[in-house]
Design a protein around this ligand. Structure first.
Ligand code: SF4
Ligand code: SF4
Length: 400
């Protein structure tokens, strides 16, 4: 498919002209902070993309007089900058012109993938999802193997024909040994609260986020249709997620097609269970800091629920880090950056880990398996190691 303007709304084309070059986004961007090149600067990408469109005679305000198609090497360089990004939205958060930068990054990736100039290792992830229905390229029949490693699992292995609540586990928590303890903890929390829930096992397919972040949103259609069919089959009224990227994808892509089904992040669901008296946290004498995952906080607007859960545990003290909530740092693991440039993702993660340590807390708590995994790796590399916990693990500790 050739590149065309259907990837951009009229508003987005106008937004390319709205940048005032104030430079606020440059100060906020953690990948630009490391790479320092014009093409990794958020404002630099807008400027360059505007020039590309102008050269192609596309867009609404671009004169055909200056038409000059971009050279292949120029497009490759530009693509490198667009994909050296975690889709964290720190740039959008500070932009005084209120440009929807995240929307533009997604549209630019769609445009670049249409042209075939996206980073080629994203094709490996794409092929894995198409072939196996998960991003880690593992047989999907083993999607629920984390249940086999649990000391006490029910005979049905949490896979029930019908249930009020569907727990959508996500690829990373299902397959990555470093974080399989998160779904293991969450199903125990749900059991203790007496929730009527099920998981899908091998019938759960990737939510489509890695394809969307790669600029291959159209390929996610089949996954979305399948997962929706599974929700209907189970008859669930609520779908819950540990992974904020899955949660955000379901809200944006699935909810318009099934508005009657409620979508909740695990922090919201746990907060509700506590309010309803179905979970009663016991004392945990500990100081923790909370890391706001980008796809939960800035990209989905969920800040309160995780803090309510932490506040509900007697003895637990929350020490906010210097940069928190809307200004929280990024763990480095978002936006497919780990696939595109693992070294850059690790650098961003380590810097954010040290920033969280400035809170002086004994442990880092977050609400995202990917953040947990990134920070656990950073802790291993650091000379100051603290425990990194997902909120579900923390709440399990307090109710056990
Ligand atoms: S989304 Fe994050 S990484 Fe990407 S340009 Fe904006 S601040 Fe930088
Ligand atoms: S913060 Fe917004 S207006 Fe300022 S340079 Fe960045 S994109 Fe342009």
């Amino acid at each position: 498919m050739g590149a065309n303007n259907r990837r951009f709304t009229m508003r987005q084309l106008m937004e390319l002209d709205a940048c005032t070059r104030c430079g606020e986004c440059l100060k906020a961007c953690e990948t630009y902070g490391r790479l320092g090149t014009d093409l990794t600067a958020p404002a630099g990408k807008l400027k360059q993309f505007r020039a590309i469109l102008m050269g192609e005679g596309r867009g609404i305000f671009f004169s055909r007089l200056f038409q000059k198609a971009p050279a292949e090497a120029e497009m490759q360089d530009f693509a490198k900058g667009v994909y050296s990004c975690t889709l964290c939205s720190r740039c959008a958060e500070v932009c005084p012109a209120k440009i929807d930068l995240l929307g533009l990054w997604f549209s630019m990736r769609n445009d670049l993938a249409d042209r075939g100039v996206h980073p080629q290792n994203l094709n490996t992830a794409r092929d894995a999802i198409v072939a196996t229905r998960n991003v880690v390229n593992w047989p999907n029949a083993e999607r629920a193997s984390w249940v086999d490693y649990m000391m006490q699992a029910p005979e049905d292995l949490y896979q029930r024909e019908t249930a009020e609540v569907l727990y959508y586990v996500g690829c990373m928590s299902s397959f990555s040994p470093a974080i399989q303890n998160i779904p293991q903890a969450f199903v125990q929390v749900l059991e203790k609260a007496g929730v009527d829930f099920t998981i899908l096992g091998e019938k759960e397919w990737c939510c489509g986020f890695p394809l969307k972040a790669a600029g291959m949103r159209d390929l996610a259609e089949e996954l979305i249709a399948h997962n929706i069919e599974m929700v209907r089959k189970v008859g669930a009224k609520t779908v819950i997620f540990n992974c904020p990227s899955c949660y955000n994808t379901w809200i944006k892509e699935y909810t318009p097609r099934m508005p009657d089904v409620e979508m909740l992040h695990s922090s919201q669901f746990i907060a509700r269970l506590i309010k309803d008296g179905r979970l009663r946290p016991k004392t945990l004498e500990m100081t923790v800091t909370y890391h706001d995952p980008c796809d939960l906080g800035r990209n989905s607007g969920v800040y309160r629920a995780p803090r309510e859960v932490i506040a509900s545990v007697p003895g637990l003290t929350l020490k906010e880090p210097p940069a928190t909530a809307e200004r929280a740092h990024c763990c480095g693991g978002g936006g497919d950056l780990e696939i595109v440039d693992a070294g850059l993702a690790r650098d961003v993660s380590l810097a954010s880990y040290y920033a969280l340590l400035k809170s002086g807390a004994e442990a880092i708590v977050t609400g995202c398996p990917q953040c947990t995994r990134m920070f656990r790796t950073s802790a291993q590399k650091s000379d100051n190691k603290v425990e990194v916990l997902d909120l579900t693990e923390l709440i399990l500790k307090s109710i056990e």
